[in-house]
Design a protein around this ligand. Structure first.
Ligand SMILES: [Zn+2]
Length: 256
């Protein structure tokens, strides 16, 4: 059954001639040991989402940094891409995937070799200043915090630095959102992997794409909000399924 499904998706990707976009969510990274923060085993069942709001961060930056360095950073920094991430990177290298649009902050697409990654919810490995826009790699600020237990300050303007992850109550980065919407308008295939498509505005991306006539394919363990609009819904682990799509693509392209 899954061989047939993989072939259907492979054909659609080849026929779209590079006008395909992959949209990923937490589900693709659970196989890399990163908890789906919203899922049944998710972090939000252990800690309150209240503490990952912008409001809480601004009110209690030291406590917020403590939680980030204790609960988020080590898991994300040590995570490795899984076969699903590598398969997507390979599809891009073969010229079939134009970009990956992700809700994840774990940078595993880049670690797997994907070149064009649009991160709608920011990234875990950088800091940003909300006042002057300063950005930097987070590593040294994490070490600094471990020593001082005081939230690091912006070297430019002195305002408190925040991990470059979009917290609840915060806007999504404008440039990334704009780029993602443009792709949603122009792509012919959108492949959703590991997202149940309930978090807005990110979930608008596949919605716009199908309104503009793109074909939708979904690889997700649980039902999603757009299942009824999809050409095909695959209820399999992405790390098992996507490599078979790559195999079929290579057969179609006579690469093997
Ligand atoms: Zn600043």
């Amino acid at each position: 059954m899954s061989m047939r499904e993989a072939e259907v998706i492979a054909r659609a990707l080849v026929e779209a001639k590079g006008k395909s976009v992959v949209f990923t969510g937490a589900g693709i990274s659970t196989e890399s040991g990163i908890p789906d923060f919203r899922g049944p085993q998710g972090l939000w069942n252990m800690i309150s989402p209240q503490v990952v709001t912008l409001e809480y961060f601004l009110k209690r930056p030291d406590e917020s940094w403590w939680m980030y360095t204790e609960m988020f950073y080590p898991t994300l920094a040590n995570a490795k891409p899984n076969p699903a991430h590598y398969a997507i990177a390979e599809l891009e290298a073969l010229g079939l995937v134009e970009a990956v649009i992700t809700q994840n902050v774990d940078c595993l697409h880049q670690k797997a070799g994907s070149k064009r990654v649009i991160e709608l919810h920011g990234r875990f490995d950088q800091v940003q200043c909300l006042k002057c826009g300063f950005r930097d790699d987070i590593e040294k600020y994490v070490s600094e915090f471990m020593r001082t237990k005081i939230a690091p300050k912006c070297p430019n303007c002195g305002f408190v630095l925040k991990p470059a992850v979009v917290y609840f109550g915060e806007r999504l980065p404008e440039d990334e959102l704009e780029e993602a919407f443009a792709l949603a308008h122009s792509c012919r295939v959108v492949l959703v992997v590991g997202s149940s498509l309930v978090v807005y505005p990110a979930a608008w991306i596949p919605e716009i794409a199908i309104q503009r006539g793109a074909k939708l394919f979904i690889v997700n363990i649980t039902p999603t909000r757009l299942d009824s609009y999809a050409e095909l819904v695959v209820r399999e682990r992405a790390g098992v399924f996507l490599p078979t799509v790559v195999e079929h693509v290579k057969q179609i392209l006579k690469l093997k």
